[in-house]
Design a protein around this ligand. Structure first.
Ligand code: FES
Ligand SMILES: [Fe+2]
Length: 399
């Protein structure tokens, strides 16, 4: 039956492995290597530009991976920058936590003040400071880029990659995408699992028939595609993406009929969705019966994307066996009350689906740490995971 589903493959798949020695990659020593070999050269997404709507808007992001905390702020010149969240006087954490909007940042310890562009602009009792040169005493900057509304940072002193190199062919394929929707929900959870396991959990559709059986039992596949084979896989140099198949046989439930009576359907992509007027990176294989895409931006960001909604998944390693997972859901801008109703309906269903995705991770970590198995076995449906581990190996083996 499912011969009818032809998976279109793009990029190199011949070099992928399906047996992966994950257990030996879960140690603290391995994590130290990953920090330098993978995360140091990488460009890492940290926020959506919509989180920083006007000059002075800022958010604090604790960044255990590099043992620091960041202030990400939109300056009075409208440029978004990231800095180490540390006062250069005696190292106090400048802003403890949270989000907000300020004209400047004043340290609570002795009152030194920094502008939203990171310059030191006031030193209290300045005459008491020898050789004071405020122009050289700004907040320590982190390289930052605003790519189509997604904010990336980079901690590499050697400048091995520009963001353009890092993104490769995808660089020009998401014009304006990340700011085309409005944020509808943001949640995070710290789980006792390795960051790669968490990323892997969101990059395959093989599980959907099983762990989402009660929440979205028939939201993909249908009679012609009972195994829910992906219509499109693309393995880029570092990143990968695939498209999920809609279910054209889906019958709307009474609740869906009400929720989506007058509005664009959201996260239940149960029939072929429309990808017209979207950037090239959305439905990149022009699949028919397209539901949505899953993109892994190596190493630790996953985008689920559709025309009417997208989800940004940030997987921030805390240590070798702990990961902070932030899930931000975005919808098309609501214009009327019925838009709000359909969006709330989608959010409430989507929340349970995400919880199901998260629910396997701590058990999987424990199992793999037990030493009972040396490898995991990835199917062709899990080709994006094979690609994750290929890029992982390549970067770990590089100088
Ligand atoms: S540590 Fe910030 S003003 Fe002293
Ligand atoms: Fe899932």
């Amino acid at each position: 039956m499912d011969e009818a589903v032809k998976t279109k493959l793009a990029g190199q798949v011949e070099t992928l492995n399906h047996r992966i020695p994950i257990p030996e990659r879960l140690s603290p020593e391995q994590f130290e290597l990953e920090r330098e070999k993978i995360f140091r050269p990488a460009w890492i997404p940290v926020a959506n530009a919509g989180d920083l709507p006007k000059p002075g808007s800022y958010l604090i992001k604790d960044f255990e991976l590099f043992n620091t905390s960041l202030i990400i702020v939109r300056g009075s010149d409208d440029v978004i920058r990231a800095f180490h969240n540390i006062c250069v006087h005696r190292g106090n954490k400048l802003i403890r936590s949270g989000v907000g909007c300020r004209r400047n940042f004043r340290c609570g310890f002795h009152g030194w003040v920094y502008s939203t562009e990171g310059e030191l602009i006031n030193v209290t009792d300045a005459q008491a400071v020898k050789d004071l040169d405020m122009s050289k005493m700004g907040l320590p900057p982190i390289k930052t880029e605003n790519w189509n509304g997604l904010i990336f940072v980079n901690f590499d002193d050697q400048d091995r990659f520009t963001l353009k190199n890092w993104m490769g062919d995808w660089y020009g394929q998401y014009d304006g995408y990340f700011t085309s929707h409005e944020k509808a929900a943001s949640n995070y959870v710290d789980l006792n699992c390795n960051w790669s396991l968490a990323v892997n959990s969101f990059c395959e559709g093989y599980h959907t028939m099983f762990i989402h059986a009660n929440t979205m039992g028939d939201y993909q596949g249908g009679k012609k595609n009972p195994q829910r084979r992906r219509p499109y896989f693309e393995m880029a140099e570092r990143h990968n993406r695939y498209s999920a198949p809609a279910n054209p046989d889906h019958k709307r439930s009474p609740a869906e009929k009400i929720a989506y009576a007058n509005d664009r359907p959201l996260i239940i992509p149960s029939f072929g969705m429309d990808s017209s007027d979207t950037p090239q990176g959305i439905n990149p294989g022009n699949s028919e019966n397209w539901a949505f895409d899953v993109q892994e931006f190596f190493p630790n960001f996953v985008l689920l994307s559709e025309k009417n909604w997208h989800i940004e998944l940030y997987f921030m390693p805390i240590d070798h066996q702990r990961t902070r997972i932030q899930v931000d859901v975005f919808h098309y801008p609501a214009k009327k009350p019925s838009d709000r109703i359909s969006q709330e309906f989608a959010l409430s269903r989507g929340r349970n689906v995400i919880l199901e995705d998260l629910n396997t991770l701590e058990a999987q970590q424990k199992g793999l740490m037990s030493g009972a198995i040396s490898h995991v076995h990835l199917t062709q449906q899990e080709m994006a995971l094979q690609h994750h581990w290929k890029v992982y190996s390549d970067m770990m083996e590089a100088n």
